[in-house]
Design a protein around this ligand. Structure first.
Ligand code: PLP
Length: 295
C-alpha cells in the first residue's frame, strides 16, 4: 500500500515559553481527499518538491534532498521548513509502505491556502522500479531548446531556475515532444547552445579519465545522484569536474548518462540521430554502487 503523511512543516513558535503540543505528523489514507481546492500548490503550482529513492528499505540521500528542499523554499520565499519533522515523516512513510525492492518517497510543500500564510506539506511513499532496461540498454534522447540563455540564473533569479518547483508541466510536455520524435527522454540546451540537464535528470559525460557535468551556475538543479556518482568515481581515480560546454562536445564523449534518484544511471545510446557509445561495464558498476548505498 502507498503511505501518506501530512506534515506541519514549519516549527511551532513557543507561547509563554512553551512549545504548543501539536500533532506534527498525521498518517492519512492516500485515497481520501486532503488538499483544499484553494491550495496555491493546486491552483498555481506554487510550491516545491523532492523525490528520493528507497532500495531494499534503505532511503538514499535524505540529507542532500532535505538541503535542496530547504534551498528551493528559500528561493520561493516560503517559510523556513522544519526539516526534522519532514525527515520523521519520510521514515514513517517508508515503514508504513509495502516493502517492495524499489520505492520512492515524494515530499511536497506548497504555499498553502491563499491568505493563510501556512504552508501545506505531505510525504508519500510508493512502489517504483521498472527501470532496468533504461539502466542497461540505455535511451535515445532528443536535444531540445530550454528557451532561455545559459546565464539566466544570474540575469533573472525571479524565474527560479535551479529551484525544484511544482511547475513541471513543461518538464512533462518535453517528454511528449521527445515521443513524437521517437526518443525516450530529453536533454535541454540553453537558447545560446549550452548543454543544461534533462527534465528530471542530470547529464554526466565521460572523456577518457575525465568526467564532466554541466555547471550549476547554468541555473540547473544540483543533482544528488550525480553528486554521489562523482564521489564514487573520484574514489576510483577519475577526475570529475563541472563545466560549460555545447552539444558538439558531447559527440566526442566515450559515454554519456542521465542520472536521477529513482531511475539511477541511464546511458544515452543515441543523441538525436548521433549514436553514442555505451560503456556497459562502468554503467553496471556505478548502478551497483548506487543501489548498495547505505545513505
Ligand atoms: N534535474 C532536474 C530538473 C530534476 O527534476 C531532477 C530530479 O528530478 C534532477 C536534475 C536529478 O536530481 P536527483 O539526482 O537529485 O534526483
Amino acid at each position: 500500500m502507498p503511505a501518506c503523511i501530512l506534515v506541519s512543516p514549519v516549527e511551532a513558535k513557543p507561547q509563554n515559553g512553551a512549545v504548543p503540543a501539536i500533532d506534527r505528523l498525521r498518517v492519512v489514507d492516500i485515497n481520501d481527499p486532503h488538499i483544499s481546492v484553494l491550495d496555491l500548490g493546486v491552483t498555481r503550482g506554487d510550491g516545491i518538491f523532492e523525490v528520493l529513492g528507497v532500495i531494499d528499505g534503505r532511503p538514499h540521500g535524505i540529507e542532500p534532498h532535505l538541503r535542496r528542499l530547504s534551498k528551493s523554499a528559500a528561493m520561493l520565499d516560503l517559510p523556513a521548513l522544519d526539516l526534522e519533522a519532514i525527515e520523521g515523516a519520510i521514515h514513517q512513510a517508508i515503514e508504513l509502505s509495502e516493502p517492495v525492492p524499489e520505492r520512492l518517497v515524494k515530499i511536497v510543500v506548497t504555499r498553502g491556502i491563499e491568505g493563510d500564510g501556512v504552508a501545506t506539506c505531505w510525504v508519500i511513499a510508493l512502489p517504483s522500479g521498472g527501470f532496468e532496461s533504461e539502466r542497461t540498454e540505455g535511451m535515445s534522447v532528443a536535444v531540445l531548446d530550454r528557451g532561455y540563455p545559459h546565464d539566466i540564473a544570474a540575469r533573472a533569479p525571479w524565474l527560479l531556475a535551479g529551484a525544484k518547483t511544482l511547475s513541471y508541466a513543461i518538464n512533462k510536455a518535453v517528454l511528449r515532444e521527445a515521443a513524437r520524435r521517437g526518443a525516450d527522454d530529453v536533454l535541454f540546451v540553453s537558447s545560446d547552445g549550452y548543454v543544461l540537464e534533462g527534465p528530471s535528470s542530470t547529464l554526466i559525460a565521460k572523456f577518457g579519465n575525465r568526467i564532466w557535468t554541466p555547471s550549476t551556475a547554468l541555473g540547473i538543479l544540483p543533482g544528488t545522484t550525480q553528486d554521489s556518482v562523482f564521489k564514487y568515481l573520484d574514489s576510483r581515480g577519475f577526475a570529475t569536474a563541472q563545466g560549460i560546454f555545447g552539444r558538439d562536445l558531447l559527440l566526442k564523449a566515450d559515454a554519456l548518462w542521465l542520472t536521477s534518484s529513482v531511475r539511477l544511471l541511464a546511458p544515452i545510446r543515441k543523441l538525436d540521430d548521433d549514436v553514442i557509445p555505451v560503456d556497459r561495464e562502468l554503467t553496471d558498476d556505478i548502478n551497483a554502487f548506487l543501489k548498495d548505498r547505505t545513505s
